[in-house]
Design a protein around this ligand. Structure first.
Ligand code: FES
Ligand SMILES: [Fe+2]
Length: 355
């Protein structure tokens, strides 16, 4: 499977990375991640250039890694600083180093050309630091599914009525059309369900007495970050689309990390404007999210298995598929852009002179 490389991906929650040498697989690359003595995170190619032993099987010497086979030692920039038994350091004795940024207890890694890494492009939102909001990290959910299907599920508000009947959806939304638009690089799919019974989530956390107006806005930030803005307000309040902060409002964030072509990690968390400082509420919300996301996992893994079997015909597409279709188109455009760039910057081997 082809991946978009010139992008920031979530390598892990901050809590997943410490001073130990740990292997992470991202876009089919093996990477050793660890913290320097000053706490900052290092990401190096997890393969010694000598006999290919993973560096994660070596040991730390200060902030450097000493390979566990013949002792070649690499610094945090990937440069070899020691070859036991000789004084000269061969030019090819290095490993790749990945740009890393840690923010809001999330560790981001840049998987493409190092000189293009721009931390200002990392996903962020003001609610992370707004005192009217609280952020709470959930789990790292492993799915035996390619990331495209996971992402498409996260720009698809229509599935909640059928997949999550006890938590995030109910039958009131079955026939409500989905709107789709784009805001720059971001795809937005949304709908409102007015004057209906609260869904399970807001029965538990909204304390609503009667019917509510409910919204679901799915924002897909290319390539692999999804923000689901969902909430409810009493129908009697008749809130406008832009007044969502007046209701109980939750942002469910999903950071998808493609591990391999058939394996994706969805690190999910939430931001909420209700129950601030209430750890029990956060834990109870996690419990509901776990039910819902296990439902998605079951669906996506079953879809993956069918996709791997021979196709009899092209998959059917229907009106509610617009968000996923725009997503797939944009992914293909980004992949094409990277391919064209590669051809332009790397001349064909036929034109390289060898002596
Ligand atoms: S394999 Fe790493 S030093 Fe030989
Ligand atoms: Fe879902």
């Amino acid at each position: 499977m082809e991946f978009i490389r010139n992008a920031w991906y979530v390598a892990g929650w901050s809590s997943e990375i410490d001073q130990e040498l740990r292997r992470f697989t991202i876009l089919d690359d093996h990477i050793v991640l660890y913290r320097r003595q000053d706490g900052s995170v290092v990401g190096l190619e997890d393969r010694c250039p000598h006999r290919l032993l993973p560096l994660s099987k070596g040991k730390r010497i200060g902030d450097n890694i000493q390979c566990g086979y013949h002792g070649l030692t690499f610094d945090c920039s990937g440069k070899c600083v020691r070859v036991p038994g000789q004084n000269n350091l061969p030019a090819s004795a290095y490993v790749d180093a990945y740009p890393i940024v840690e923010r809001h207890n999330i560790v981001w890694i840049w998987m493409g050309d190092t000189e293009k890494a721009d931390p200002s492009e990392i996903f962020d939102m003001p609610e992370f630091t707004d005192p009217a909001w609280e952020a709470h990290q959930g789990d790292a959910l492993h799915l035996k599914s390619n990331y495209l299907n996971v992402a498409e599920n996260l720009v698809d508000p229509a599935h909640v009525s059928f997949v999550h009947p006890t938590t995030l959806g109910n039958s009131a939304s079955e026939n409500v059309p989905v709107h789709v638009s784009t805001e720059g690089e971001t795809i937005v799919a949304w709908r409102w369900i007015r004057d209906a019974e609260p869904i399970g989530f807001f029965k538990k956390f909204g304390d609503f007495k009667g019917n509510v107006d409910r919204w679901h806005y799915y924002y897909l930030h290319m390539p692999c970050t999804a923000v689901i803005d969902f909430g409810s307000a009493p129908t009697a309040d008749a809130i406008a689309e832009e007044e969502r902060n007046k209701g109980v409002r939750i942002f469910a964030l999903h950071f998808m990390t493609p591990v391999t072509g058939g394996h994706t990690i969805d690190r999910w968390m939430h931001l909420r404007n209700t129950a601030l400082g209430d750890e029990d509420a956060a834990a109870n919300m996690d419990a509901m999210f776990r039910i819902a996301f296990a439902e998605d996992k079951a669906i996506l893994e079953a879809v993956q298995q069918e996709e791997e079997r021979p196709a009899k015909r092209r998959p059917l597409r229907i009106a509610i598929d617009k968000g996923p279709m725009v997503y797939r188109k944009r992914i293909n455009e980004l992949l094409e852009r990277e391919r064209i760039h590669d051809v332009a910057s790397d001349p064909s081997p036929a034109f390289v002179y060898h002596d």
